[in-house]
Design a protein around this ligand. Structure first.
Ligand SMILES: Nc1ncnc2c1ncn2[C@@H]1O[C@H](COP(=O)(O)OP(=O)(O)O)[C@@H](O)[C@H]1O
Ligand SMILES: [Mg+2]
Length: 284
């Protein structure tokens, strides 16, 4: 059985996973996995090197390596509680790591505050929505466009035009004047994507962006991500929709209990027995 088949089951909690946790913690990508990762490091615009984070007694991340390249969609997958959102927080500066480095364009940005990282071209969306509810869709995105224009003149268009373009791009042009808190969650997520795009990022991190979208919206969204990658953007995607992940990601990293369990092309990762065990734990 492929892990693609597990997507309909949705989120798998740690309590459903098999065996002894310490046993799982001892699993590291090795051999071909490390070679495949290493081959990406030289071209990486964003790198995570040996990152570790503990929350009290919980080791949320341990020795995590990751490389994100321009013009591709890199997937980050793993069961609930694996550490994916924590890793996004480390990359964007919302969570200070205990160990390791985050490297952007060859520079160690580990000590930079989130807004400084954003200025360097890093944008994200949140698993838990972070839109301004009482503002319209347009105002939400305009805020980001204005901030980004104040940083640099990467785009000669007005902030208003940048915002309109970003809103149209994610397919919610018709909703521009609606309050953000009036939208269903899937479309509110698209507001976050538009807001991220309005900052003209070079790296875009998406934390479960398609949850709440219907099937047609998901397909359109996946096509948008493919198009953004074609235009040169580096995307890092956390996503539970395995069909989408397998179809659009060039390379995958699999986290389990805060450690990398596997890394490789979707085909290689899908065929990995340890990955299948992590996803299909209740059946092992
Ligand atoms: N701020 C926090 N304080 C304490 N524990 C946290 C915090 N954030 C995350 N965790 C814990 O860290 C682990 C990883 O969580 P998270 O990064 O949200 O996983 P994922 O996004 O893969 O579902 C979980 O055990 C979670 O309970
Ligand atoms: Mg998460």
């Amino acid at each position: 059985m492929s892990i693609a088949n597990s997507s309909s089951g949705g989120n798998i909690s740690i309590s459903q996973l098999p065996g002894d946790v310490s046993n799982s913690l001892s699993q590291r990508p090795k051999g071909a996995d490390l070679v495949a990762h290493q081959a990406r490091v030289d071209h990486a615009v964003l790198r995570v090197h040996e990152v570790g984070v503990a929350f009290g007694g919980v080791q949320a991340l341990s020795g995590v390596d990751l490389a994100v390249t321009m013009g591709t969609i890199t997937g980050l997958i793993g069961p609930n509680g694996a550490g994916k959102t924590t890793l996004f927080n480390v990359i964007t500066g919302l969570q200070v790591q205990d160990k390791g480095q985050v490297i952007l364009d060859g520079e160690d940005i580990s000590r930079l505050k989130p807004h400084k990282r954003a200025r360097l071209g890093m944008a994200r969306t949140f698993q838990r929505l972070e839109t301004f509810g009482s503002m319209t869709v347009f105002e939400n995105v305009l805020t980001a466009a204005e901030i980004s224009k104040s940083w640099a003149h990467r785009d000669s268009s007005s902030a208003k035009d940048i915002a309109i373009r970003a809103i149209d791009r994610v397919g919610i042009g018709a909703l521009a004047n609606q309050r953000a808190d009036s939208l269903p969650v899937g479309l509110a997520r698209m507001v976050e994507v538009a807001r991220a795009l309005a900052t003209n990022p070079q790296v875009l991190l998406l934390d479960e962006p398609s949850s709440g979208l219907n099937e047609e919206e998901s397909v359109n969204f996946a096509n948008l991500l493919i198009q953004l990658a074609k235009e040169g953007l580096a995307l890092l995607l956390v996503e539970h929709d395995m069909e989408m992940v397998m179809r659009i990601c060039a390379f995958l990293y699999v986290l389990d209990f805060g450690k990398l369990l596997a890394a490789g092309t979707p085909e290689v990762v899908q065929a990995n027995p340890a990955v299948q065990a992590a996803y299909l734990g209740s059946e092992q």
